[in-house]
Design a protein around this ligand. Structure first.
Ligand SMILES: [Zn+2]
Length: 258
């Protein structure tokens, strides 16, 4: 998981909702989303029907999230499984945040299913709509609720992650541990371990090939340097998967390979 930068003022058109903080008005309004949100608030719960579910999955919302997340899951950083528009705070409880830009993330079904509809907190639960800005309430909510699940759009946790060469992931930080666990997004599941391990195995294969292909030491060093430089460059290429793992490997695991 890496920190994702999302501009909370750059709203997809389908999310234009009339009232912001202290009655501030956003000039353009998507009447349908506005109406659906009002209906949910009147009803006092989420309504699990197509007309309500459709509003947060509108193509412009997904398209913008795909761009921001570089077509990768917010939590596990893979793009092999289909990605969906999901809620950081589950809509089943936080129905008034169903169409809030800062509550929408792009996630794979495995992370999302593991996370489920629960949202464990260490603080005080917010149980009803508040006067905070509709699209920017997460930060103030976090202060009161102290969520156990890390929010990739608000927090920089990369340095708290510990990987091993087999793709395993761990942390000493309690909230990160929770996020990795099965109560959170189950980020140590075998599929992810194997996929991360493969990233390192590809480099290992390249190194082996160079050693076999070139007898000349100088040539060997030159090609090894190229392969390693490429691996380091990839670790900072937003389009690549598993960036947190790649960056950890650059700092901590490469010396074992060479
Ligand atoms: Zn995922």
């Amino acid at each position: 998981m890496i920190k994702i930068n999302k501009d909370l003022k750059d709203l997809p058109s389908s999310l234009y909702i009339a009232l912001g903080i202290q009655g501030e008005r956003i000039p353009r309004v998507c009447k349908k989303t506005n109406q659906r949100r009002d209906e949910l608030i009147t009803k006092g719960c989420y309504i699990d029907k197509d007309e309500y579910n459709r509003r947060y999955k509108m193509p412009d919302i997904k398209e913008q999230l795909l761009k921001i997340y570089h077509h990768k899951c917010a939590y596990c950083e893979q793009r092999y499984e289909p990605l969906q528009v999901e809620h950081y705070r589950p809509k089943s409880h936080y129905y008034w945040l169903a169409y809030s830009w800062d509550n929408l993330v792009l996630a794979c079904s495995s992370c999302n299913n593991s996370k489920g509809a629960s949202f464990d907190i260490a603080g005080t639960r917010i149980d009803a709509p508040t006067n905070h800005s509709i699209h920017n309430s997460g930060v103030s909510y976090n202060k009161s609720e102290k969520p156990k699940l890390v929010n990739p759009e608000c927090e920089e946790i990369e340095k708290l992650l510990i990987f091993d060469k087999n793709g395993g992931i761990a942390s000493k930080n309690e909230r990160v541990k929770y996020t990795i666990s099965k109560q959170g997004c189950n980020l140590d599941r075998p599929f992810l371990q194997d996929s991360r391990k493969e990233v390192l195995a590809d480099l290992e294969d390249l190194i082996e090939k160079v050693v076999l292909d070139f007898d000349n030491k100088a040539e060997q060093i030159q090609h090894l340097r190229y392969s390693i430089d490429k691996f380091i460059k990839d670790a900072f290429d937003s389009k690549k998967t598993f960036l947190a793992f790649r960056r950890f490997a650059v700092k901590n695991l490469l010396s074992d390979l060479i």
